[in-house]
Design a protein around this ligand. Structure first.
Ligand SMILES: Nc1ncnc2c1ncn2[C@@H]1O[C@H](COP(=O)(O)OP(=O)(O)OP(=O)(O)O)[C@@H](O)[C@H]1O
Ligand SMILES: [Mg+2]
Length: 626
């Protein structure tokens, strides 16, 4: 099942545009398209508010960035003075001694400026880094906390991969970008401003000539960028299908082999791979073209400046060598911040789109957190359960459970049987308040279950489910999950009762064996036994067994049956089973079909009734006598 999920995630249109390269950042090819946010302005405002608590640190980053930039802009001006002085010394309009003294002064000034600039940029990166790490931590914490409060419904309707991508990818893109983009955009802006001022100071005539090429520049780059964007989009689509294909081959490798589809599958792969290569070539070519074209246009600009500069050098108020040299330096540095800003704007788009997804998670409706009873920690549950007029459906358009009524007295064993999809597991989900009923109420010891705080309620239940749930950790930790303070003896006793002790003993590390995340290193039946041991150890007031022994062999099952009969003694229990032989002794058997209880009674009564239950029982009995 998880395989299918993964595959779908890869194929979802969202993950096609995300994931690869993690959004445009530094070193990304020019002309690569950015993901668009739905509400750029609103989300930006909200992001600013969100990071508001770090505003003082941010302010420091901003101020330091401005200072560093201005220092970088001003520094070359002193090199200009040095060059000019040298020229005047050579020409003789400045005395040797005076010239050397001035040059020395400028030299030290430049050194000092560079040292200050270095120190400031250290501060800029350290503080910027700190802020972005803090914000990342806060975001992940907030999302994690939110997960805790969200109804299970939310996770039902989403792919695990998409949720994961918000926690890791989006948070990463947003936090990195807060640091990088902020520094980048401020420094680029002030660079442009500062450089323009310096250029005007040196020569307004040259500045006008330098600026003349700007429209040409913008026109050329934006035309190519647009073309390459469409190529990049195609490239990403191809990459998406390629990922999907590989994912499919991996997750379904057994099936592909089984049906002898290797050749077909390989051909399909080659087709996608070839198209990808073509699109990649085009995209890279176009985006690679942008820089040479820009440089070409800039170089024309330099030539123009040099020629006009040369003419102005002979004018009445002449330009000196230093003026022209440093002017060209400025002119060269002028282009980069413009490109940078274009880049950062692109990056900001993905940042805001990522932030949007994060906020979308944080905005999800939460489970109701108000409870009538808040101080029931030590409440002694008896295990009386009553369903009153329950209506429920997973989605609005398909009704599942309608007008269900059921009373279970404390300590009684209720078996629920019925065909696949009848709503047996759903009943359990409602009992645990994994989902909220649409109408009616479930009463535990006479109190509506919505009046108990959820954790208190869930503490009363022990569950062994169809989908066994083990986490990565040792066997011991997994068994003791519901009772972390259990002693080793208690854990071993529970495992013995669940008939899994002997198996654990055969493992080299015994109870300290580490189970992998999906616990692939043990069999399905063994997993079930471990979760049974967990429930035995937890010793809850109400027990829920949903197909708890469906994956173990019949002999083990009968052993466990005994252990469970022992465990269920005096506890209210709900047992869902397909093998009817296992529930014959239940006090009450409910037969469900299409979300309704269609028959109710004990084994004998139901057999006598000669209805659905009798049919089911007889068919099983005839086919597989046990
Ligand atoms: N999370 C869910 N979201 C939407 N529909 C669901 C969900 N879980 C179950 N359903 C639907 O509700 C109906 C009842 O499912 P349920 O799991 O309760 O059946 P079941 O009686 O436990 O079946 P089985 O014997 O196969 O375990 C089915 O039609 C199923 O498709
Ligand atoms: Mg079920």
């Amino acid at each position: 099942m998880t395989d299918v999920k993964k595959k779908e995630t890869q194929n979802s249109p969202k993950s096609k545009t995300r994931g690869q390269g993690g959004g445009p950042g530094h070193g990304m090819p020019l002309g690569r398209p950015a993901e668009k946010a739905k509400d750029f302005k609103g989300t930006t405002k909200r992001l600013i508010r969100y990071i508001g608590q770090y505003k003082w640190l941010m302010l420091i980053v901003i101020i330091v960035t401005i200072l560093t930039t201005l220092l970088a802009v001003v520094a070359p001006n002193y090199s200009r003075f040095i060059l000019n002085d040298l020229q005047e010394m050579i020409v003789g309009s400045l005395s040797q001694d005076e010239g050397v003294a001035r040059i020395k002064g400028f030299f030290w000034l430049i050194i000092i400026l560079q040292v200050i600039r270095f120190l400031l940029s250290m501060v800029m990166f350290l503080v910027g880094n700190k802020v972005s790490v803090f914000i990342g931590r806060k975001m992940r914490n907030d999302i994690r906390e939110k997960f805790e409060k969200m109804p299970i419904k939310y996770f039902d309707s989403r792919q695990t991969g998409d949720i994961l991508s918000v926690v890791s990818n989006d948070v990463d893109v947003v936090t990195n970008s807060i640091q990088q983009s902020l520094i980048n955009i401020i420094s680029s802006f002030f660079s442009i401003l500062g450089i323009l001022v310096m250029m005007f100071i040196i020569s307004w005539k040259l500045t006008i000539i330098a600026l003349l090429i700007l429209p040409l520049f913008i026109l050329a780059t934006s035309t190519i960028a647009k073309k390459s964007q469409s190529k990049f989009i195609r490239q990403q689509k191809q990459l998406g299908s390629l990922n999907g294909h590989i994912e499919e081959v991996f997750s379904a490798s057994k099936i592909v082999k089984l049906f002898g589809k290797e050749d077909e599958s390989f051909e399909e792969f080659q087709d996608i791979n070839t198209s990808l290569a073509v699109d990649m070539r085009d995209a890279q070519f176009l985006s690679g073209l942008i820089r040479p074209i820009m440089e070409f246009i800039s170089n024309i600009g330099y030539v123009a400046v040099v020629i006009v500069g040369g003419i102005l050098a002979g004018a009445t108020n002449p330009l000196l060598v230093g003026d022209i040299t440093i002017f060209i330096t400025y002119q060269k540095n002028f282009v980069n911040p413009i490109l940078n800003i274009a880049n950062v704007i692109n990056q900001l788009q993905s940042t805001i789109a990522g932030a949007e997804r994060i906020f979308e998670v944080l905005d999800q409706a939460e489970e109701n957190q108000d409870f009538a009873l808040n101080e029931v920690n030590n409440y002694d549950f008896k295990g009386h359960v009553e369903f009153k007029d329950i209506d429920f459906s997973y989605s609005e358009d398909t009704e599942l459970i309608k007008d269900l009524n059921l009373e279970v007295l404390p300590g009684k064993q209720i078996a629920i049987v019925g065909p696949t999809g009848a709503g047996k597991t759903t009943l359990v989900n409602l009992l645990m308040r994994f989902y909220e009923v649409n109408n009616g109420g479930i009463y535990i010891d006479g109190v509506k279950s919505t009046d108990y705080p959820r954790p208190i309620l869930r503490k009363q239940f022990g569950m062994v489910l169809q989908d066994t749930w083990l986490f990565s950790g040792t066997i011991k930790e997994n068994v003791a999950f519901g009772k972390p303070d259990a002693t080793d003896e208690e854990i071993i006793k529970a495992c013995k009762q669940a008939h899994v002790h002997h198996y654990i003993e055969t493992l080299p590390k015994g109870y300290d064996t580490v189970l992998k995340e999906d616990a692939d290193n043990i069999s399905k039946g063994q997993k079930q036994l471990l979760t049974i041991a967990r429930a035995i150890l937890f010793d809850p007031k109400i027990l829920i067994l949903d197909e708890a022994t469906s994956s173990v062999d019949t002999r083990t099952e009968s052993y466990i049956q005994n252990a469970m009969t022992f465990m269920m003694e005096g506890k209210t229990s709900f047992v869902i089973a397909h093998r009817l032989s296992t529930i014959k002794k239940a006090h009450t058997i409910l037969v469900m079909n299409n979300g309704r209880i269609v028959e109710q009674g004990n084994h004998k009564e139901l057999l006598d009734k000669n209805g659905i239950y009798a049919d089911l029982y007889n068919s099983q009995f005839l086919n597989q006598p046990t």
